[in-house]
Ligand binder design. Sequence first.
Ligand SMILES: Cc1cc2nc3c(=O)[nH]c(=O)nc-3n(C[C@H](O)[C@H](O)[C@H](O)COP(=O)(O)OP(=O)(O)OC[C@H]3O[C@@H](n4cnc5c(N)ncnc54)[C@H](O)[C@@H]3O)c2cc1C
Length: 459
Amino acid sequence: MVKERARILVVGGGYVGMYTALRLQRKLKQELGRGEAEITVVTPDPYMTYQPFLPEAAAGSISPRHVVVPLRRVLPHCRVVVGEVTAVDHAKRTATLTTLATEEEGTGPRQLTYDELVLAPGSISRTLPIPGLADFAIGFKTVEEAIGLRNHVIEQMDIASSTRDPAIRDAALTFVFVGGGYAGVEALGELEDMARYTTRYYHNIQPDDLKWILVEASDRILPEVGPDLGRYTVSELRRRNIDVRLDTRLESCADRVAVLSDGARFPTRTVVWTAGVKPHPLLAATDLPLTDRGRLKCTPELTVDGATHAWAAGDAAAVPDVTAAEPGSQTAPNAQHAVRQAKVLADNIARSLRGEPLQTYSHKYVGSVASLGLHKGVAHVYGRKLKGYPAWFMHRAYHLSRVPTFNRKARVLAEWTLSGLFKREIVSLGSLEHPRAEFELAAGGKPSDESSGDPKGSS
Ligand SMILES: Cc1cc2nc3c(=O)[nH]c(=O)nc-3n(C[C@H](O)[C@H](O)[C@H](O)COP(=O)(O)OP(=O)(O)OC[C@H]3O[C@@H](n4cnc5c(N)ncnc54)[C@H](O)[C@@H]3O)c2cc1C
């Protein structure tokens, strides 16, 4: 029997949050019947970000609007609340939340009660106490960071082109990336490719004047595609004159000098930190059980272990990998699992509302694809290994098939087609980040912090 109007709270509007709400919304219409359950999605941004497209957005191959999915449009039968959950008292079935309105009203956080909780706030960058990191580095997890970094790289080329000081020029043209997982390698590969192309429009910058450095603490990069393709990627990047340093750590970036554990020092205005993720801090502000690494302890049915009516999946959840040979293994924090877990999670909520037995999540990782710039890539999928153009093509075909909604697919495909016919976009729109600066100057005031703010790493 379906419970009277179950209130389902989904925390997070990313992969897990959006796909869970989408499926629940459909079930609500088709099976559960309207009025029997209501879904509220709380998320800081009114859109879901398709993160695998961020490197291409940074390179200008896809425009930022098409990397995100508007939640209000795809979830018309859910209540979308733009805000942040700051704590959860599951014993009392209550979440504490702040929204733009609560800030404006100054009334303090609001309480939201629920019957079923889906906790999917994802992960945040895993940082270390490295001098200068918080002041000068930038991450690569959001569309704002990807576009900010694109603008910043082009801006550095403008600085280098116009300065007479060789030290400023050298620092402007030096780009340090820390972390050799797919976020770091793809971001570096795409941006290097874009910047190399862009040099043709500068009379005094040659491609070899740009210095790109990839710093990785372990002895390999791109573990997602396996050791062979990881080694190939290192040699491919080095062939492009990218300085790949394995078994090396960033020790400091204070005073805009990147100091590495092998003793190298690089004056630079760009440090991109992509050295892994850690569970979202919200998880620690709940009364739900966590693992040693801070992820939510989950069952293979995607319930939170020992807590009734609490569900989790994706980067925030430690879900047992029932397909792994090694006992105690957990599913990796990636989109492949997040999307599939969301489907099982939504089905299990519906089953639980109807008093039916729950399904177990089981998916064997099928491999990965990665782009290393235009027409370059590596792919290891279903045991098949591809390099270069075929891998890049597979990367695009795979992600086109995966990006949510027909609308996004059509727009992304149109952009790729157009960029194949015309030249690359090479403009920096960094001033978009300070829209009031010009007017403030015209009005005789001093630029405010908001308009003259220096986004991390951008000056
Ligand atoms: C650059 C990049 C490239 C990637 N490429 C790939 C790839 O090629 N293949 C792959 O499998 N994986 C890839 N990933 C990883 C993949 O994107 C993540 O594993 C996936 O997004 C996890 O889904 P999630 O729903 O757990 O978290 P997310 O998708 O990050 O969603 C979390 C959501 O919670 C929201 N949130 C945060 N705090 C709160 C709060 N306090 N209250 C409410 N909501 C909150 C966030 O705003 C966000 O909407 C990539 C990641 C990055 C950064």
